[in-house]
Design a protein. Structure first.
Length: 171
């Protein structure tokens, strides 16, 4: 395996591991537990999954890398968002199973996009305020998303332990 193929395999493996970690962290939680804010900042586990769907998978892979429109981004609603970005919002009547299915669907579409792009592929959509070297290629975007997903997987681990005592890592 050449270095490029090895790097690609390692990056995609790390991304998939973080995605599976996120899904495992919320597996088995009831609707009320998924919606509960257990930390003072007020986010819920299902809100974090929504963020990983919209602000992670869809934004970085579907929009930035594939150039798909940003028409899925929710409008700000300060009365519901409580200071968080709108991509964390899960409406009160919205089913948590649907939010989890949306995450899985976004992952499947992301995987299609990732399979078609080389690591040196340039983004098709760049934000106007990004410096030229910022997120210059798929490799840089993958690293960013992996780090973000890993950070949030750790947040979910802490929330899960507070909710029902389940630990991801037993020390």
């Amino acid at each position: 395996m050449d270095d490029g193929a090895r790097s690609r395999s390692l990056l995609l493996g790390a991304l998939d591991a973080q995605r599976q970690h996120v899904l495992a962290a919320v597996d088995g939680l009831r609707d009320a537990q998924l919606r509960a804010a257990v930390l003072p900042s007020g986010w819920s586990p299902i809100g974090l999954v929504r963020h990983l769907t919209l602000g992670g998978e869809r934004y970085w892979f579907h929009t930035v890398m594939a150039g798909e429109p940003l028409d899925y981004w929710p409008a700000d609603r300060p009365e519901l968002d409580k200071g968080r970005p709108a991509d964390w919002r899960v409406e009160p009547l919205e089913g948590t199973d649907a939010v989890l299915a949306e995450y899985r669907d976004a992952i499947a579409r992301s995987d299609e996009i990732l399979a078609a792009l080389p690591l040196d592929a340039a983004p098709r959509h760049r934000e106007p305020d990004w410096p030229a070297e910022r997120f210059a290629d798929l490799e840089a975007v993958l690293l960013h998303v992996i780090l973000d997903a890993a950070t949030h997987a750790g947040h979910l681990d802490a929330a899960r332990e507070l909710i029902d005592g389940r630990r991801h890592l037993v020390l």
